[in-house]
Ligand binder design. Structure first.
Ligand SMILES: C[S@@+](CC[C@H](N)C(=O)[O-])C[C@H]1O[C@@H](n2cnc3c(N)ncnc32)[C@H](O)[C@@H]1O
Length: 219
């Protein structure tokens, strides 16, 4: 490899390492939801290229006619594509987005205006106490959200309640996120709430894990 490239990659690696160490320390001291002012880090062309909504949503198995919950949509990086995918001409497919930050929900509202079909319901709320009935969703997903939620078990139990017994919970994480949990940590959290992984994609830097209930009740 050309020496200049070695210098560039080493410098980038060092910056990434310093960013990860410092940001994780800051998040431990100050564990609040990400400010909407930092939305540029979540919705930008670089992320679109390396972590494209289409590729991530493909792995979740999202499809027309589904009732889907996007918990923690942030500025709506995945929302337009999700809404288009669940849309069905019979009008049954619907996307529900819930975020604790009102300013993030306002951003999603602006983003979907004129871009997505009218099948999106936006709400401000806390993932630890979901305002939906039992068994409301075929699929619920979170992308780089779980690490920000203080009571992860409570949030996952709530998701267990609102997902249909045969439905899917999909959790995605990627490494530049300061709250990034290791794959085995995510699986351990989900197991505690009664989920079991059945599909895993990606690598150490970015992954998608799909879960189902560990026991499907037979009536
Ligand atoms: C890192 S951002 C990810 C946004 C989006 N999923 C993405 O990948 O672009 C995390 C989002 O989760 C939201 N969030 C954090 N804690 C939450 C909670 N307890 N309930 C609902 N949303 C929460 C934050 O407000 C923020 O919008």
């Amino acid at each position: 490899m050309h020496p200049a490239l070695i210098v560039i990659f080493t410098t980038l690696g060092m910056f990434l390492f310093i960013w990860l160490v410092l940001s994780r320390i800051i998040r431990k001291i100050h564990p609040t939801p990400i400010s909407h002012r930092l939305a540029i880090f979540l919705d930008n062309p670089v992320r679109r290229h390396v972590f494209s909504p289409a590729k991530v949503l493909d792995k979740m198995g999202i499809a027309a006619g589904m009732s889907v919950l996007e918990l923690g949509p942030g500025p709506g990086f995945f929302t337009v594509e999700s809404a288009q995918r669940v849309y069905s001409s019979e009008g049954v497919g619907k996307l529900y987005c819930l975020d604790i930050e009102p300013a993030m929900i306002s951003r999603v509202k602006k983003k979907i205006f004129n871009k997505s079909p009218e099948n999106v319901e936006l709400m401000v709320g806390n993932g630890e106490c979901l305002p939906y009935k039992n068994g409301s969703f075929d699929l619920a997903y979170m992308v780089t959200v779980l690490g920000e939620i203080p009571d992860k078990t409570r949030a996952l139990q709530e998701l267990y309640r609102v997902i249909r017994p045969d439905g899917v919970l999909s959790i995605s994480e990627y490494l530049p996120d300061p709250d990034y949990p290791l794959r085995r940590t995510t699986i351990a959290w989900a197991r505690r709430a009664g989920f079991e992984p059945f599909e895993e994609f990606g690598n150490f830097f970015a992954y998608v894990i799909n879960f189902r209930r560990s026991h499907i009740e037979i009536r």
